[in-house]
Design a protein around this ligand. Structure first.
Ligand SMILES: [Mn+2]
Length: 347
């Protein structure tokens, strides 16, 4: 983790130069260190930095860790226009049962969990019917590994599905008005179903369709898709063709990347989620796992040219001070862990 090296408040030249020099040494030794300052630099220091061509160290305002500084779960996400099938695949690959959902501008607008998708199977039939009204024919074709034969300009689908297992009565017994109908390669049955007002035929075990069936479909604005699967899998995959937007939850609990970890831990205690999306300018940076915050991470600090907490950065007592390199009196310095402390009356 990055080490922040800083001198005292109201920095003078030895504070600034010490932080730059020690950060340089640390970096040369293979550690990632950043020189910092605790306020604006004097004219003298500015002259020195210009004269020897060094950038002004970054301003450090607080010694607490922000979410941007700690390790987060990778920012795996999905578009609201992707299908549930793609959401499940992505969750499987990422080994996590949830995904943040983004819009066209990559703004995070919702969350979808494996539970939300499982509910499709266990909720009341009415829920499935309502949801299937959101299906787009192009997504169906994709999910069913199928082929689009005809899609009318105006679809009439009510969300209900029938599987027409043909008998000697053909399609006469079935109520198919405005339904998606999964049916096989019998052209007479196909035509009957179209004429009875089906909204879409999904043909299984069928490579092509007859001319008069297509004519009838156009006349009655009945979409026709060839499925790449048998009846069972066609039905199984059908519900996964829904767009993520149909099922996602828009009651979002997100945190900003710039928020302090300790503040976020306090806020998280109000909720019971496993992970929270962390955002920067409304886009996902990663996920914070609630379970990993039992031992919240702290900032690694090295103090140069001072050791008194009263002269140091705000909340220094909450950071991990790794080292002190100083030439002043020793006053109120304490540490909770072993510390490298070098103090000489030089300069
Ligand atoms: Mn000084």
């Amino acid at each position: 983790m990055t080490i922040y090296i800083t001198g005292h408040k109201n920095p003078d030249s030895d504070s600034i130069v010490a932080s730059i020099a020690y950060a340089y040494l640390k970096n040369e030794l293979g550690e990632e260190a950043i020189p910092c300052r605790l306020g604006s630099i004097s004219q003298e220091t500015e002259y020195l930095l210009n004269r020897f061509d060094f950038p002004t160290p970054q301003l450090l305002e607080d010694a607490r860790c922000t979410l941007g500084e700690i390790e987060l779960l990778p920012a795996t996400q999905i578009s609201q226009d992707d299908t549930l099938f793609e959401a499940l695949q992505t969750m499987k690959q990422a080994k996590q049962p949830f995904l943040a959902v983004h819009d066209q501008n990559h703004k995070i607008i919702g969350m979808i969990t494996r539970n939300d998708i499982a509910n499709l199977g266990v909720e009341d039939t009415a829920y499935g019917i309502e949801m299937l009204q959101h299906t787009k024919p192009s997504d169906l074709v994709k999910i069913l590994n199928g082929k689009e034969i005809y899609i009318p300009e105006h679809l009439h689908l009510n969300g209900k599905v029938s599987i027409v297992a043909l008998s000697s009565h053909r399609a006469l017994r079935y109520q198919v008005q405005e339904r998606m109908v999964i049916v096989s390669d019998d052209p007479i049955a196909q035509k009957e179903l179209i004429e009875k007002g089906a909204g879409m035929l999904i043909l299984v075990w069928c490579d092509s369709i007859e001319k008069d069936v297509l004519e009838a479909a156009k006349q009655h604005e009945c979409a026709i898709i060839l499925s790449g699967h048998g009846s069972m899998n066609t039905l199984r995959y059908l519900y996964f063709s829904l767009p993520v937007s149909a099922l996602m939850s828009t009651k979002l609990i997100t945190f900003e990347r710039s928020e302090y970890v300790e503040d976020v831990i306090r806020k998280m205690s109000r909720y019971r989620y496993r992970s929270y999306p962390i955002v920067f300018e409304e886009q996902l940076c990663g996920y914070l796992e609630a379970g990993k915050m039992l031992y919240p991470p702290t900032k690694n600090m090295i103090l140069v040219d001072h050791n008194e907490f009263s002269q140091s950065v705000k909340n220094i007592e909450k950071a991990s001070v790794l080292e002190v390199i100083d030439h002043h009196r020793i006053h109120d310095f304490t540490s909770t862990r072993p510390v490298y402390f070098r103090n000489e009356t030089v300069g």
